[in-house]
Design a protein around this ligand. Structure first.
Ligand code: SAM
Ligand code: DTB
Ligand code: SF4
Length: 705
């Protein structure tokens, strides 16, 4: 208890700062889950909860109602979803849920809401173990059952049931595999110690509740607590911050009582770790801020509604007890969404790989590897780079790479993902702000998220939007601002306006990080990439690091980060995906060095790729398609819209001997499913024409016209 007191009684800003730090480590920052409440059975409750307008023992004028009809609930849930809520919570003014027709109707409601892919929560009073299991089987995500206050103060508020009753229901919920939503109310006349005892009790539940609603008393005339003075805003902030520190992984919900909280107080609550609110102008029976004012508040604070998580197995159906069964259910759910992917051997003419220059099988590189093998190169690296794995071939590849890029140094990572996540988690501080192109690769997004920096997503390749965001979004004193972009986008096939982006960064004093995944080897002097091509004083000033995955035009694997000697030394010391990985096999160093040499010596390879890209685009246009992307870029996407169309096109091309892959949501936006063609130096213009014809002569082209 002393520890909790020490957290709670810190100077307010220090407490908020601590909580914010905990929050940033465990949750995507700047996201707030929107939830909608619906009272499915109102008033007339036999319990004597002193705060509650629905108790039959208080004269509150709440109009009672019987249990709503299924269709009313389904319609309300549909409206909630359309308004952006991702969780729907149904409350009934019952002491306990009684078995029978009404409970069956509640189960049907749970099923109906789950079918809408919303998280489903219920609060129905006490439950038996069997009822909890029935709700689980119907698809319930969470059960809300609050402890309300400390065990010591509880008797002052409720006499008709005990703390132990509450804990028993919570245990039934847990045992059924439903997540627990459990919190309390502040401002009922309890002491500060009572508030801390409540938080302590919640945090000591094993595991702690996944969801912790913190309510401020809505003092309803007619209830025994009608005359309670309003809760001090800072008490709410302290309780939220302390809950966040004690229960880092839980959703902390800023629940009832927001009408009495100023926007500034709510802002502090969000900063301290609240990441959910109830929206809509009514809670269960009492008023709540209207949707428009909440929307304005969130926009002002730079917060955005948390996107739907996608159907969790738990949200859909009870999680089977056996792990293998639970995995089977999850795989089936993917199958039913047509999102179950399978590893398969490549077949057909290659119009899908990223081996743009044909180096993955180049004889010159084979020879370099054969020579190294003949010279007795070690096959395994035997340890991490900082221990025994720092093989001369890896260091030589880095030196060759840096010389090519014109940077002081370079560092090899075992994959592009490891490099992206590692670079960003090392460089970005949690107080920093990072401006991220909306089409950045998942490795960059994960790195930005895990860094804890505040992420501002900027419209794809829109320099004016970036400039506006840089003017608008400032960083706290001592923190930095970063811009993270790719130089050629993998699913769009278009190049970034790097010169203008660098100017914007230099003007705003922001640092720039460029991922050259698809441009390395194809553009710029000696194929060094688009950053090298865009060289300018502004780029020189702004560019902090560039990332060069080696599994695309270089035809190998791994990834290099290129930059200053200090940058590379910092990464060598601090980047966890580097420090804690076994070094790549020395042969990878030989392969990358040989490929870089070839790229520098043979400009004709990339010239071929650019010519083929133009040829394929022209051939597709001739068939009536509108390929995306920069004219000479080797990635040639054709948007087909619906997933089914993209899949049918993939199949049709496969039947005709071409390997072209459909790219579907969530990799691209809904309704923007596409085919992603790529071209390779070894192909001919005639090959491109045949591939376009294979798409164009099919029923797809007919349907599109
Ligand atoms: N009958 C069920 C029960 O007690 O669990 C469910 C409904 S009850 C209205 C859900 C929760 O809303 C209560 O546990 C309480 O924490 C909160 N609540 C009720 N009236 C409130 C009020 N006037 N102000 C703040 N929170 C309130
Ligand atoms: C919770 O802790 N707060 C929500 C939800 N759980 C069910 C309910 C608040 C109700 C406020 C009073 C009313 O509107 O009746
Ligand atoms: Fe009934 Fe729940 Fe209100 Fe208590 S809080 S009176 S149990 S509806």
């Amino acid at each position: 208890m002393e520890e909790i007191e020490a957290v709670y009684h810190q100077p307010l800003l220090q407490l908020v700062e601590q909580a914010h730090g905990v929050h940033a480590q465990a949750h995507p920052e700047g996201e707030v889950q929107l939830c909608q409440l619906l009272s499915i059975k109102t008033g007339g409750c036999p319990e004597d909860c002193a705060y509650c307008p629905q108790s039959a023992r208080h004269e509150t004028g709440v109009e009672g109602s019987g249990l709503l009809q299924l269709e009313e609930v389904r319609a309300a849930a549909g409206r909630a979803k359309a308004a952006g809520s991702t969780r729907f919570c149904m409350g009934a003014a019952w002491r306990q849920a009684k078995p029978g027709a009404e409970f069956e109707r509640v189960l049907a409601m749970v099923r109906a809401v789950a079918e809408l892919d919303l998280e489903v929560c219920c609060t129905l009073g006490m439950l038996t173990a069997e009822q909890a299991q029935q709700l689980a089987a119907a698809g319930l995500t969470a059960y809300n059952h609050n402890l309300d206050t400390s065990p010591e103060f509880y008797g002052h508020i409720i006499s008709t049931r005990t703390y132990e009753d509450r804990l028993r229901t919570l245990a039934h919920v847990r045992a059924a595999g439903v997540t627990v939503c459990c919190g309390g109310i502040l401002g009922m006349g309890e002491s500060e110690r009572d508030r801390l005892r409540l938080l302590q009790t919640l945090a000591n539940l094993d595991p702690p509740p996944e969801s912790v609603p913190i309510n401020a008393l809505v003092a309803v005339p007619g209830t025994p607590l009608a005359e309670q003075p309003p809760l001090e805003a800072f008490a709410m902030v302290r309780a939220i911050a302390t809950a966040r520190v004690l229960m880092p992984a839980s959703k902390v919900r800023l629940s009832a009582g927001r009408l009495a909280l100023s926007p500034e107080a709510q802002a502090l609550c969000f900063y301290a770790g609240a990441n959910s609110i109830f929206t809509g102008d009514k809670l269960l029976t009492t008023p709540n801020p209207d949707t428009d004012s909440d929307r304005t508040l969130l926009a002002e604070l730079g917060l955005k509604p948390e996107p739907a998580a996608g159907p969790l197995p738990q949200a859909q159906r009870p999680a089977p007890a056996r792990l293998e069964d639970a995995w089977a259910v999850e795989l089936e759910a993917m199958e039913s969404r047509r999102q179950r992917r399978r590893l398969r051997a490549a077949q057909g003419e290659d119009f899908s790989s990223n081996d743009y220059l044909g180096l993955a099988a180049a004889p010159e590189i084979r020879e370099a590897l054969a020579r190294a093998l003949a010279d007795g190169i070690a096959l395994g690296s035997t340890g991490s780079r900082l221990v025994r794995g720092n093989h001369a071939a890896l260091a030589a590849a880095e030196a060759e790479f840096a010389a090519w890029q014109g940077t002081e140094a370079a560092l090899l990572f075992s994959s592009g993902y490891a490099a992206g996540v590692g670079l960003l988690t090392t460089l970005l501080g949690r107080h920093d702000v990072v401006f991220s192109d909306e089409h950045n690769h998942a490795s960059l997004i994960d790195g930005m998220r895990w860094s804890g920096a505040r992420r501002v997503v900027v419209r794809h390749n829109d320099v004016a939007a970036l400039e506006a965001a840089l003017r608008r979004e400032t960083a706290p004193r001592g923190a930095r601002r970063w811009v993270v972009v790719e130089s050629l986008y993998s699913m769009e096939g278009d190049a970034a306006p790097l010169g203008a982006i660098a100017e914007a960064c230099a003007t705003a004093g922001a640092e720039l990080i460029v991922d050259e995944a698809h441009a390395t080897g194809l553009y710029g002097p000696e194929g060094a990439g688009l950053a090298a091509a865009a060289a300018s004083p502004a780029l020189e000033r702004a560019l902090a690091a560039r990332l060069h995955p080696c599994g695309k035009a270089i035809g190998a694997s791994g990834a290099m980060v290129a930059g200053s000697r200090r940058l590379i030394e910092l990464l060598t010391n601090r980047t966890r995906s580097f420090v804690f990985s076994t070094a790549p096999a020395p042969l990878l160093g030989v392969q990358i060095a040989a490929a870089v040499g070839l790229i520098r010596r043979e400009p004709e390879r990339r010239a071929r790729v650019h010519a083929l890209a133009r040829a394929l685009r022209a051939a597709l246009r001739a068939q009536g398609w509108a390929p995306l992307g920069t004219e000479d870029a080797p990635i040639v996407p054709v948007v087909l819209g619906a997933e089914e169309r993209a899949l049918a096109a993939e199949l049709q091309l496969a039947e005709r001997g071409f390997d072209v892959r459909a790219i579907r949501p969530p990799t691209v936006a809904a309704g923007a499913a596409r085919l992603r063609f790529t071209v390779h130096a070894g192909q001919s213009e005639a090959d491109c024409a045949r591939a376009a014809a294979a798409l164009g002569t099919g029923m797809l082209a007919a349907a599109a016209r």
